[in-house]
Each structure stands twice: as structure tokens, then as C-alpha cells.
Design a protein around this ligand. Structure first.
Ligand code: SAM
Length: 278
């Protein structure tokens, strides 16, 4: 069952939070003169046309990236820069997905492992990403891929895990795979995206992490509206293991501003907390 296509959702409020956190981590890793590996377990197509039929069908980006005024967010200069390189003029038409955002930050010696299972998105990804000896695109299961490449030779790494959670067992799987990967590569930075469709699933995930041996876990969440039992995603978050030491303080200041920017019905909210201390 592979029905999820990110092209319907690109640039929405969930992508904004996910990619801001991604940029902060990549930017931090790139500041040290030491190579690192980037592993994207669920890469998607890499680049999205916001004027396409898919993107305009739901228009989700209108309540996401389109709501952010660059001049209000000088602290997001690197994030906007990573978007602007895909747009010739001032108009926003193309929104980069996580692999192209990563590629913007990777230096010549850094490596990337990009996994995508969907045949169409894999083909698009292969066209959109500049493949080199160090940047590899693979059609396959990203969970298995992750376990096969950690620990990376560089011993510095950033793993982005962004499943569609179409299959409900993905919530358990995410925890189990991260626990295994962390055992093999405890010093890596792991960022796991989650949707709030049913809050209990996230609370269960939180407990699993808290009952594990993994330390240094923070969580950032940005929500459009309060939890509900009705269908659909109301909020989404990022769980970060071994975050850059600067990340939580930055997000603490940024999240209230993001809430203000996307708050249509005065119901938006954020969460910024430590799940497990260092
Ligand atoms: N990370 C992307 C971004 O930020 O632009 C978006 C990824 S999208 C939320 C999830 C992607 O995972 C979809 O393109 C889907 O086809 C793919 N997918 C689903 N199951 C997968 C698996 N087991 N391994 C790799 N990719 C998978």
C-alpha cells in the first residue's frame, strides 16, 4: 500500500516546522570542519511545484510557507535561502523537500543516503537530486536502509525519519528502528517527524523513548488546532535525539512567532520540551 504522495502536502505547516529543524541541524553540522553523513529514510520526490495540480488541490502550502514573511524571520535566513535557490524570481513556485534542502548544505566531502520506496517519487527524486559518488539515491525501505548504513564511517551523522504513517504500525516501527540504530550509532543526531492524528499514539511514543536507554531527547511541535477525535492531522512535531546544543533555545524563541504567523482561527499552539535530559 503506497498511496501517500507528498506533492499534495508540500510546504504545509508541518513541512515548515520539519524543514526549519532540519536546516538548523545541517547548518550546525556544517560549521565544524569535519565531514558528516546525512541519511534520509523517507525522501519523497525532492522538489515540489506549488502551482501544480496536486499542490493546488488542497492548497496546504497557503497555510504554511506562504504565511511566512521573510522579513519577519531574520533568524530563518538559511531556511529561506535553501528555498530561494529553487525559485528564479521573487515569486514562490518551487518548494524543496528534505533531500534538496540537505543537498544545499552538504559540502563536497559530506555524504548522503536518500531512500524512497514509491516508484514514481523515486524516479522524480533521481531526477531532482544531483547524484554523485557521495550522494546516493536508493529505491527501497528507508528503515532497513538506515540500519545498513549506521554507524557511518565519518562517525558524524544526521538521520531524518519522515514516514507517512499510512500504516499505523509505523509509530511502533519508528521507535524500534531508532532504538536499534541508536545502539549501533549512539552519537548521531536523529530527527523524527510525527503527525498528531491521534494524540495517544504520540504519548505512547513518548513513553517508549522515556523507557529506553536513549538520552538527550527534545520535542518541538506546531499545531493548527486542538486535538480532536475527528479525522485529519491537527498538529505535527519533531523529536530530536542528540540535538545541537543551540537548537532548543532557538526553537523556544521561534515557535511562538510561527504560531502567530499561521494562526488563522486563534487556535494554533506549540510545544517545546525535553523528553529525556542529557
Ligand atoms: N521527507 C520528505 C520531505 O521532507 O520532503 C517527505 C517524505 S513523505 C512525508 C514520506 C515518503 O516516504 C513518501 O514519499 C513515501 O512514498 C515514502 N515511503 C513510504 N514508506 C517508505 C519506506 N518504508 N521506505 C522509504 N520510503 C517510504
Amino acid at each position: 500500500m503506497l498511496s501517500y504522495r507528498h506533492s499534495f502536502h508540500a510546504g504545509n505547516f508541518a513541512d515548515v516546522l520539519k524543514h526549519i529543524v532540519q536546516v538548523e541541524i545541517l547548518d550546525y553540522l556544517g560549521q565544524k570542519d569535519k565531514v558528516f553523513d546525512y541519511i534520509d529514510t523517507h525522501s519523497g520526490a525532492g522538489l515540489f511545484n506549488l502551482k501544480s495540480e496536486h499542490a493546488t488541490k488542497l492548497g496546504e502550502y497557503l497555510n504554511g510557507i506562504a504565511k511566512l514573511n521573510e522579513s519577519d524571520f531574520p533568524e530563518l535566513r538559511e531556511y529561506f535561502r535553501a528555498i530561494k535557490v529553487h525559485n528564479d524570481n521573487k515569486q514562490l513556485q518551487f518548494y524543496p523537500g528534505s533531500p534538496l534542502i540537505a543537498q544545499h548544505f552538504l559540502r563536497n566531502e559530506d555524504k548522503a543516503w536518500l531512500y524512497e520506496l514509491h516508484p514514481t517519487d523515486f524516479e522524480l527524486l533521481s531526477e531532482n537530486v544531483r547524484q554523485t559518488r557521495r550522494v546516493r539515491v536508493k529505491q527501497g525501505d528507508g528503515f532497513e536502509g538506515l540500519l545498513s548504513v549506521v554507524p557511518p564511517i565519518s562517525r558524524r551523522g544526521f538521520v531524518l525519519i519522515d514516514p507517512p504513517y499510512e500504516i499505523k504500525s509505523d509509530y511502533d516501527k519508528v521507535f524500534k528502528v531508532v532504538a536499534k540504530a541508536h545502539k549501533k550509532f549512539p552519537t548521531g543526531t536523529y530527527a523524527i517527524w510525527y503527525p498528531v492524528v491521534d494524540r495517544h499514539r504520540i504519548e505512547k511514543l513518548e513513553k517508549s523513548f522515556q523507557n529506553s536507554a536513549i538520552k538527550d531527547i527534545v520535542r518541538f511541535e506546531l499545531g493548527l488546532s486542538a486535538d480532536t477525535t475527528e479525522r485529519g492531522m491537527t498538529s505535527s512535531g519533531m523529536i530530536v535525539i542528540n540535538p545541537p546544543w543551540t537548537l532548543k533555545a532557538k526553537m523556544e524563541k521561534l515557535l511562538p512567532k510561527l504560531v502567530q504567523a499561521i494562526d488563522e482561527n486563534r487556535s494554533a499552539f506549540y510545544k517545546c520540551d525535553t523528553w529525556v535530559p542529557e
